[in-house]
Design a protein around this ligand. Structure first.
Ligand code: DON
Length: 582
């Protein structure tokens, strides 16, 4: 997602060339907002950033595949049609609710640091757009694990549609044109040899900008996807694709070796659980901070009975901001890869939330430094993608995956046609260097070989009486956590329709910088509340668009599935009852 202001970590950490290029990418105008729409269906639903990818998932459902089959097909299709974030060269988290009365699980396919990674590897060379910023990708093993565990259709059936799309081409829409032109026109990308393969693979043959309706054909990616469809995930981690990836690393002084790839494992983990009113909440556990932070905030907020006041009253916005601030403070203190860090077991308990909330003052904003003066946080960059899937039987998938930045490291594996992540940027880069406005140097999330970097991805599944009733999540770096908190409050506390909940303006406070970003801050209807928040001591800034929460709700009365694609980044909800467009 492109936002209205330059992400602050770039101001703090990146060389001038990158800063200039990002500013230039941000200058291009976003496609206009579209009216928010509900799509209803009874046989299943897919909502993603790409209508083509949603349709591919929907067709899998219509053919008798389940939600995981459809999710795997959608994920591979997004790697073709939404290359800034859909990926096979990145990683993510998939929450699966296997069906009524069964326990949800989390598939952790987060990238890991290569074996040669060291704690100080970015101390003197902090570019995020180089081969050494690439983490060992997890997506293909993660999707394979999900499929092996839950899938009904064959692997080949679910992977092949993506290969065919890449081979035969597909129509470029306004979002893809905006994104691809944006990355190709950035200063560094335009001329550096490092990105020559990106220009060759994703540039139009005549060198002009992409236009809506052009056909994009990706032959190298088609070959890669066919190989994965035929030989399975092993082709990516041990076979020909692994060789291409390692050759790319050697070419650009990257660290990933054959051993790193062969040793990569996706992990089945117990989700983080919480409750809110009559609902159960399930989110991803560490190495994502999403599950813990969302549940902490919801636990802090439930006793305040927010619905007794208007949704965007200054009182409610103040309380929500205070809960966000405290959850993000815990994030910095404790959260990291659980295989390396000792994370307290009680963070998601009601008792811990009560303790955190005990110093919330209804009349004053808490100063962030008063919560833990020794630590500060740096903001992150856009881009990631979230999609939601549900099938006729009620099996549900909430999936977020990412390349970290938009187009990740911008490095395309030569001959293999896919973009590599730059996820190493999610580690803390310098021990003890915790500047108030910038870097964070707390110990749990320092770089170590084989360690997963801390994430904010928050794909959530909400159940009621053991049945999935709401699926939500978002891109947006740290804003993800707060987008999900807002969505959950809108539906579970304020009982908005899903369309209203996704449409509503979003808030973000991440402890440091000590400021509230609010999508509604330019709207006259919120002017009074904002003034009141300022009197309480909050600094309120505007943000144009926060996240892209493609969500599904199950209608309590009819049992119908309601899909809503977020207007902030296009996308589409496609149900089994939606017309087929070929
Ligand atoms: O895993 C994370 O938290 C980040 N790498 C996600 C980055 C992101 O969401 C950017 N999206 N728009």
């Amino acid at each position: 997602m492109f936002q209205s202001s330059v992400p602050q970590f770039l101001l703090l950490l990146c060389p001038v060339a990158v800063l200039a290029s990002t500013a230039e990418m941000l200058a291009a105008e976003m496609p206009a907002r579209t009216p928010i729409q509900e799509v209803r269906a009874v046989g299943g639903m897919v909502v993603s950033d790409s209508e083509i990818a949603s349709r591919i998932g929907r067709d899998v459902l219509a053919e008798g595949g389940n939600a995981v089959d459809a999710a795997v097909a959608t994920a591979f299709a997004l790697a073709v049609t939404w290359p800034e974030a859909g990926n096979i060269g990145g990683g993510g988290f998939m929450m699966v609710h296997p069906g009524v009365g069964k326990s949800p699980v989390c598939i952790d396919y987060r990238e890991v640091a290569p074996r040669a990674a060291t704690e100080n590897m970015f101390a003197t060379d902090n570019s995020r757009y180089k081969a050494k910023a690439v983490g060992v990708p997890g997506t293909v093993r993660g999707l394979a694990l999900a499929h092996q565990r839950f899938g009904k259709l064959t692997w080949k059936r679910v992977v092949t549609p993506a290969a065919e799309l890449a081979e035969h081409g597909f129509a470029v829409n306004e979002w893809l044109a905006h994104s691809t032109n944006g990355v190709l026109e950035t200063v560094g990308v335009r001329e550096s040899k490092r990105y020559a393969e990106l220009r060759r693979v994703y540039g139009r043959a005549d060198g002009r900008a992409w236009k809506v309706g052009d056909t994009m054909i990706l032959p190298d990616l088609a070959n890669t996807l066919r190989t994965i469809a035929e030989q399975g995930a092993a082709a990516f981690y041990q076979g020909q694709i692994a060789d291409q990836l390692v050759a790319q690393m050697q070419h650009g002084n990257g660290l990933i070796t054959k051993e790193d790839l062969a040793g990569y494992q996706a992990k089945l983990r117990e989700p983080i659980r919480g409750t809110y009113r009559e609902y159960e909440l399930f989110g991803p556990p560490p190495p994502s901070s999403g599950g813990v932070c969302v549940v902490e905030a919801m636990n802090m907020l439930e006793p305040f009975k927010l619905r007794e006041h208007p949704r965007f009253s200054s009182r409610n916005m103040h309380l929500i901001t205070e809960a966000m601030r405290r959850a993000f403070c815990d994030r910095a203190r404790y959260l990291a890869d659980p295989d390396f860090a000792n994370i307290p077991a009680d963070l998601t308990t009601r008792a811990h939330a009560a303790e955190l909330a005990s110093n919330i003052d209804l009349d004053h904003a808490t100063k962030s430094e008063s919560l833990a003066p020794e630590i500060t946080l740096a903001p992150e960059s856009p881009n990631t993608t979230h999609f939601s899937v549900i099938d006729r039987e009620g099996m549900a998938v909430s999936n977020t995956y990412t390349l970290e930045a938009s187009w990740g490291s911008r490095i395309v594996v030569a001959g293999a046609g896919f973009v590599l992540n730059n996820e190493m940027g999610d580690f803390n880069w310098e021990r003890g260097v915790t500047t108030r406005a910038g870097q964070i140097g707390t110990v749990p999330n320092l770089i170590e070989p084989g360690k997963r970097m801390l994430s904010s991805q928050s794909p959530f599944i909400v159940t009621r009486d053991g049945k999935a009733c709401l699926l939500t999540g978002s891109p947006g770096g740290r804003t993800i956590i707060n987008t999900v908190i807002g969505n959950l409050l809108n539906v579970l506390e304020f009982e908005m329709t899903l369309a209203e909940a996704i449409d509503a303006p979003r808030m973000h406070h991440q402890w440091f910088p000590d400021e509230l970003r609010f999508e509604g801050s330019k709207s006259p209807e919120h002017a009074e509340a904002i003034q009141e928040l300022q009197v309480l001591g909050h600094t309120v800034w505007h943000r144009d668009r926060q996240g892209s929460a493609h969500s599904i709700q199950v209608d309590r009365e009819t049992g119908q599935f309601i899909g809503v694609a977020d207007w902030r980044r296009g996308g589409a909800a496609v149900g089994t009852d939606s017309p087929t467009i070929k």
